[in-house]
Ligand binder design. Structure first.
Ligand code: AMP
Length: 248
């Protein structure tokens, strides 16, 4: 079974993002970029499936600029067998990304596609669901445990009320939640070995995917700076202050 894994290049989660002065988006020049954290979890899960003999090949996929090769190299250093870069300098909406994955699914015929539950830059949380719909295959989102059993998978999902376990037929789409696993650290020898692993490239045109934006970003704003708090001496002072502010 082949497993396709999404690897999105995003601003590193430790970076304090800055909004561009014209409000047209977030500044990314000179900013540290990394693999989307939920995608690291997705890669780790696919690699564990391979070690357990449940998967034969792990293919990392990124859709983005040429520089996204860096994130694909990280996936290869973690242990992915090969990578595919679908090169574009445009910012794509989740529906377009899902269409790209669908085109790759048609080419590669994987038994499973594992994506992150959300990309930390757009926080859309839409691509896995849209891919499952386009592919007309089952989906198990927000997975915190996955067991492959022959032609199906038993997936424990994190839902509002606790945990839900479902069984889905393969091929299917799974989206990785935070508690699915703890991704491995990449070691230097693995980084060296990863340099020899292949990265195939495609364009959107080759895959027959058109960019047809359905959304128009209007404005990006930084959150309002929070005012500092202060300590009060007693409960009565606290109540008086809250009343003063009209909060109670
Ligand atoms: P989103 O729907 O944008 O929150 O993204 C959910 C997941 O879809 C991510 O965690 C990735 O696994 C995958 N994904 C989204 N955009 C890309 C991209 N440009 N390249 C590779 N994978 C992506």
């Amino acid at each position: 079974m082949k497993v396709l894994v999404g690897v999105k290049r995003v601003v590193d989660y430790n970076v304090r993002v800055q909004v561009k002065p014209d409000g047209s988006g977030v500044a990314t020049e000179g900013v540290k970029m990394s693999v989307n954290p939920f995608d690291e979890i997705a890669i780790e899960e696919a690699l564990r499936m391979k070690s357990a003999g449940k998967a034969d090949e792990v293919i990392a996929v990124s859709i983005g600029p040429q520089a996204a090769q860096e994130q694909l190299r990280t996936a290869l250093a973690m242990g992915a067998d090969r990578a595919i870069l679908v090169e574009t300098d445009q910012t794509l909406e989740p529906l377009t990304v899902a269409r790209v994955f669908k085109a790759l699914v048609d080419q590669e015929q994987p038994g499973l596609v594992i994506l992150g539950k959300q990309a930390i830059d757009d926080d859309a949380g839409q691509t896995p669901q849209m891919l499952a719909a386009l592919w007309d295959r089952p989906q198990a989102t927000f997975a915190s445990k996955v067991e492959i059993e022959g032609e199906s998978a038993k997936v424990t999902r994190e839902v509002d009320l606790g945990l839900e376990t479902i069984e889905i037929d393969l091929p299917a789409v799974i989206s990785a939640d935070l508690r699915l696993n703890e991704p491995r650290y990449v070691k230097l020898p693995d980084i060296m070995k990863a340099k020899k692993k292949p990265i195939g490239t495609h364009t959107l045109e080759e895959l027959g995917v058109e960019i047809a934006p359905a959304l128009k970003p209007v404005k990006t704003e930084a959150p309002q700076a929070r005012q500092g708090g202060h300590k009060v001496e007693s409960v009565s002072e606290l109540v008086a202050e809250l009343k003063n502010k009209g909060l109670i």
